[in-house]
Design a protein. Structure first.
Length: 482
């Protein structure tokens, strides 16, 4: 089995600031470069060894946490501050300033009154960490095994759709960042770039594919075949999005990115989907014609710009609009039942994880259906308003699963202490959502890397400060009710 970032692969492969750490003895000023990719020649990926906890630089620094602190404080001596704030509230505030109103609404928004997003936070806050003393924590191991891969840390990047709203390089920037940090990236069905482009940017680094189960079974089969060919190592089936939630921020702006042709790159790059869209384009138009307004013209341009091929040709062709309409028709099925999983099983050789579980009985059914893992998630509060905090659902599901398959967790994770709590309650690993979107907004791939490095650093320091030398030490007795 491959290591997280096996040497010899053409990977983007260094944590920003490693250069600084390793060149501490170089002439004054040499280590004072800002970490922004456009300004730091060493941030060009591909030069330095993998971000792996066995790397001597991590060991020499005394772990991930001290490595990251060292880089930031050393830069600080020269007056250089991190381009990506280390604490989430400021990260979000700064991202809000650089994103368009529609992009920010799409990323930050949750369903309805957004009370589930609040519940996610409250569930984490209700657990306090109780540090333990005088345990040897001089060497800390954050590594974890998932589906035959040893990962340097228990972090994954959650699938996030429509990243072109956030940064022009979208998913490809995230793919480069994930590969550089050895953190698996779960490629979304609603990505802004085809999975093959992300895979090409990732070399041998781990990626998974997230599936929204389309009404076209032929399209599902095509997605799965492409995901396997693109080197995805697991399939994540998101179950909580049979329809889009009631997203007040988007609704009030009248904003649905997909209707602008955004976030449908997996579809428009797919031969089965292209055939379906072409069939639709050949049919006579039915239904009301859209009013011709400046906004409608802008939408037309957006659809033509995002569709593959030259924009001028797309403007004249019925195909781009037919593609959007076809997508809106076949996006997701509402008639799926547990019985359908057997068919999915027969369609792929990849391990299957179900994402969106919140009830222990559903976890039991998932096990009975033979899945290989579950992800406890409420989609970051974006689907059901008034729902339970995701962390509150975790212990019951961990108990129901009883160690038979890995339980992953997401929704509301904002810092290393949050990761610590989820792991202490039995999650094998944690997926991060909005924080990396905001890093992407602020500094592209480098921003995503900084977010990963910060989370990993804070987790490492929290372990050091609570008497934990490895993830096996993270047990529920380290938590107390608030
Ligand atoms: C802007 C945005 C887009 C998302 N798109 C997807 C998606 O395409 N597929 C999916 O399974 N989950 C999607 N999610 C949910 C995330 O995978 C993850 O469950 C959630 O972000 C975790 O919550 P957090 O943002 O509070 O960390 C999306 C979340 C956000 C914020």
């Amino acid at each position: 089995m491959r290591s997280p970032c096996s040497p010899g692969t053409a990977l983007p492969d260094r944590a920003p600031g490693w250069h600084d750490l390793r060149t501490a003895a170089s002439p004054p000023g040499a280590a004072d470069q800002p970490t922004h990719p456009s300004e730091d020649p060493m941030s060009d990926p591909g030069h330095l060894p993998p971000a792996d906890d066995t790397d001597p630089a991590v060991r020499a620094a005394g772990g991930w946490g001290r490595l990251r602190q060292g880089v930031i404080y050393r830069d600080g001596v020269s007056g250089v501050r991190p381009t990506v704030p280390t604490a989430f509230p400021e990260l979000e505030r700064r991202a809000a300033r650089v994103l368009s109103a529609k992009a920010y609404a799409y990323v930050a928004g949750s369903a309805g009154l957004e009370s589930t997003a609040d519940a996610n936070r409250r569930a984490l806050d209700r657990h306090h960490i109780v540090p333990r003393m005088l345990r040897d924590v001089s060497a800390r191991d954050l590594s974890v095994e998932l589906f035959g891969r040893r990962l340097a840390s228990p972090l994954l990047l959650a699938p996030i759709g429509v990243l072109e709203l956030v940064h022009p390089e979208a998913d490809v920037a995230v793919a480069r960042a994930a590969a550089a940090e050895g953190v698996p990236y779960i490629l979304s069905t609603q990505a802004s770039r085809p999975m093959e482009q992300c895979a090409a940017a990732m070399g041998d680094a781990p990626r998974w594919f997230q599936l929204y189960w389309s009404k076209s079974e032929e399209l599902v089969a095509s997605f799965l075949a492409r995901a396997e060919a693109a080197g995805c190592e697991a399939l994540v089936v998101t179950l909580d999005t049979t329809v889009l939630g009631w997203r007040a921020r988007d609704l009030d702006l009248g904003s649905l990115p997909f209707s602008q042709g955004q976030g449908i790159a997996q579809y428009t790059s797919d031969p089965v989907f292209r055939r379906l869209a072409a069939e639709r384009a050949g049919q006579p138009k039915t239904g009301p014609k859209p009013k011709v307004t400046p906004a409608a013209v802008r939408s037309l341009f957006s659809i033509a710009r995002t569709h593959p091929g030259p924009m001028l040709r797309n403007l004249r062709s019925p195909l781009p609009r037919a593609a959007v309409e076809t997508f809106l028709d076949i996006f997701s099925r509402q008639d799926l039942t547990w019985g359908d999983l057997a068919r999915l099983r027969s369609m792929t050789r990849l391990p299957i994880l179900l994402k969106g579980l919140q009830h222990a009985d559903d976890a039991r059914r998932a096990l009975a259906a033979g899945v290989d893992g579950v992800i406890v998630s409420n989609h970051g509060g974006r689907q059901v308003d008034g729902a339970t905090g995701s962390l509150d659902a975790l212990p019951g599901i961990v108990e129901a699963v009883g160690g038979r398959v890995p339980v992953l967790f997401d929704s509301g994770v904002r810092g290393g202490a949050d990761v610590f709590k989820a792991l202490a309650l039995g999650a094998r690993a944690v997926c991060v959502g909005r924080p990396y979107c905001y890093g992407l907004a602020l500094a592209g791939a480098d921003g995503v890397r900084q977010v990963i490095q910060n989370l990993r650093a804070e987790l490492d320091l929290t372990m050091a400060l609570t008497g934990c030398a490895s993830l096996a030490d993270l047990t529920p007795d380290l938590l107390a009710p608030a």
